[in-house]
Write a protein that binds this ligand. Sequence first.
Ligand code: PLP
Length: 412
Amino acid sequence: MESRDRVPLAATIPSSCLHEIFRAAEVRERETGTEVVKLHVGDPYFDPPAEVADALHAAIRRGDTKYTSVEGVLELREALVEKLSMENGLDTAVSRVFVTPGSAQGLTALLRSIVEPGAEILLPELHWPVHLQQSLFAGFRPVFYPLGPGFRPDPEAVLAAGTPRTRVLLLNSPANPTGVVLDADTVHRLLEIAREQGWQVISDEAYEHYVYEGEHTSVAALERDVPVAQRIVHSVYSFSKSAAMTGYRLGYVVTADDRTADAMRVVQEAGIIAPSTPVQYAGIAALHARSAIESNAKLVSHNRNELLPPLRDAGLLAELPAGGWYALLDVRKTGLDAETFSSRLLDSKGVAVVPGAGFTLRPTLGDTGRVLSLDSAPWARSLIRIAFCGSPELLDIGVKRILDFVRDLAAE
Ligand SMILES: Cc1ncc(COP(=O)(O)O)c(C=O)c1O
């Protein structure tokens, strides 16, 4: 075979649907010279607490700019152990806490640390596309568990989706893109199933501070009394959402047990050597800025409560999301599929949203793990995702333009 005919494995992994809409919004801004209302981006309109920038500058001026240990600065990891105990109910130790350049890198490293040849991972059928990419890059074969009414997982359906090759169950609460917050009973049953089946659990808690209904349950808190060597829940957290530090690139992973921590140490050494040193000092400051984190949650909660109800009243949104930064609208009644709806909305009203099918991609894999083909769930082809973490002024304009567009379509 000619070398130009060979396709690298990575080139068969789908790029996320978010990139397409980013590009389309940029093109429109260039062509029209007007700003697009960006409801596709999960980036907040508020800034990190002021102390964060001060701590970053201070670290740089002090000369705290050398490599740290592969797991991160001890002072930050100690503060994280304390935060995890007080806020999340976790019982962990600094030796199992890894500071990572964003939680996305932490997830990638964690998946690489626990993968086995031929292992399957259970992902929700509506998922953050990066979870799928990360699973494929690590070498997992993804299998999708169904979501029930309101996009909530039914533990018995999750159990039924497992196979003898299942090794990992991925949970994400509050969820992107559905906004679902898992209640404690569901988490309890899912953990029981995982334990009985011999699965490990990855709990992505990036949106832990954005809960508007119910309470956030950290899955690993339910096994705080289990001996460390028998624990199965790995947890992943982010500074991006809680402290609005998206561009700092700072997150952390708590491995369930020491064996995984040992593997993670090697993966991180090979991948990053160490997280950015000054940014870790910024993270320590963020952990102390409790009131800023609480007020960030109030700002997004205000957007949800005040600006999303007209979408519900217009029959586009079944219920207000219980958590997170995103709402899934169903545009079926307009007669358009979500792709057409999104591109015409961008063209005619200058509002960018993400069509839902890209959150349901299902690859068919060959024996070597190469993606042979991709499919998406037919029922998701009328869904669009909007982010409600933007400024209330722009969100208000965006929502009004969506409603105008739906009215225009009805009049056509
Ligand atoms: C569910 C989920 N997990 C993790 C992340 C990654 O966040 P970061 O890498 O900025 O910590 C995101 C970002 O959008 C997300 O939606």
